[in-house]
Design a protein around this ligand. Structure first.
Ligand code: GLN
Length: 280
């Protein structure tokens, strides 16, 4: 199918994407995740309402998908107090309702218990995810920095299959991979088993320098250290998030079209093959 929206039973359907702190928390191309979600919904004939939520705002529409991008330490210092004071109660309810969240790097960290930077400054997080993040040092060697190639954990891959059947990797009998890149000082560790890794690291560091795990899934909250942005070159993950949001809102009453992702997979496989060949 070409990527023009077909006349489907999706006409009249609407998905609200809430973009948290678009100015303050948006580095290394993270905005591309919003663009990908929006276009992949529109290519399926679904209308998209995009609501940007910034500092000081307390009233905003309930989203079907929430997105928050990464940030330098100072960016995080500029939003954490506002996030906790003005957004926490609402976002906690949305998380518990099973709403879809995509949190990249600094956002992922801020939804946890705290972020402790290399200078010893500790800022509280929302405490909505059972994880904590500390920076081991302020040298370049202390950073998790470079390209990322990860393999999605089997349980999550089985869920993704529902939204993205007959993928190129399935025809080869492989688990789905994610490509991207990371640049963070903070290293994240989970506090209990209610949160699970999104993927296993094949190249790169991921959540920390020890466990070879990357990202997280907690209810329908997805965290990742992968910038780039994450979704354009990982259409299977993009579609899984969209499918979850449509299922939350419309049950089975939506027309789920498979898109032609030939270009997306070409971009994915260029990075995957390069990392598998050279390791960087
Ligand atoms: N400032 C945080 C860290 O260095 C997050 C960085 C990011 O969002 N890329 O760990």
């Amino acid at each position: 199918m070409n990527k023009m929206a077909k006349q489907t039973q999706n006409m009249g359907k609407l998905v609200t994407i809430v973009h948290l702190y678009p100015k303050e928390m948006n580095i290394y191309g993270d905005l591309g995740n919003i663009i990908t979600l929006k276009r992949r919904l529109e290519w399926r004939g679904v209308g998209v309402v995009l609501k940007q939520v910034s500092l000081g705002e307390t009233e905003f529409p309930a989203g079907d998908i929430y997105f928050m991008g990464g940030g330098q330490d100072n960016d995080m210092y500029s939003v954490f107090a506002d996030l906790i004071a003005l957004k926490k109660d609402f976002l906690k309810n949305e998380v518990l309702k099973g709403k879809v969240f995509l949190l990249i790097c600094g956002a992922f960290q801020l939804f946890g218990q705290y972020f402790l930077d290399a200078s010893g400054r500790k800022i509280a997080g929302l405490g909505l995810l059972p994880l904590e993040t500390s920076a081991p040092g302020d040298q370049l060697r202390d950073r998790c920095l470079g390209n990322l190639l990860t393999v999605i954990r089997p349980g999550i891959a089985a869920e993704i299959h529902k939204a993205y059947p007959d993928a190129v990797y399935e025809r080869k009998g492989e688990l789905p991979t994610l490509v991207g890149f990371e640049n963070h000082s903070g290293q994240t560790y989970f506090l209990d088993e209610s949160i699970v890794p999104l993927a296993t690291v094949k190249f790169g560091k991921g959540n920390n320098a020890k466990q070879k795990i990357e990202g997280a899934k907690y209810l329908n909250v997805f965290g990742s250290y992968s910038h780039g942005s994450l979704l354009p070159k990982n259409p299977h993950l993009a579609d899984y998030l969209i499918w979850l949001a449509l299922k939350n809102k419309y049950g089975t009453g939506f027309d789920w079209l498979q898109l032609d992702d030939e270009i997306e997979w070409r971009a994915h496989l260029v990075m995957q093959k390069r990392l598998e060949k050279n390791g960087k």
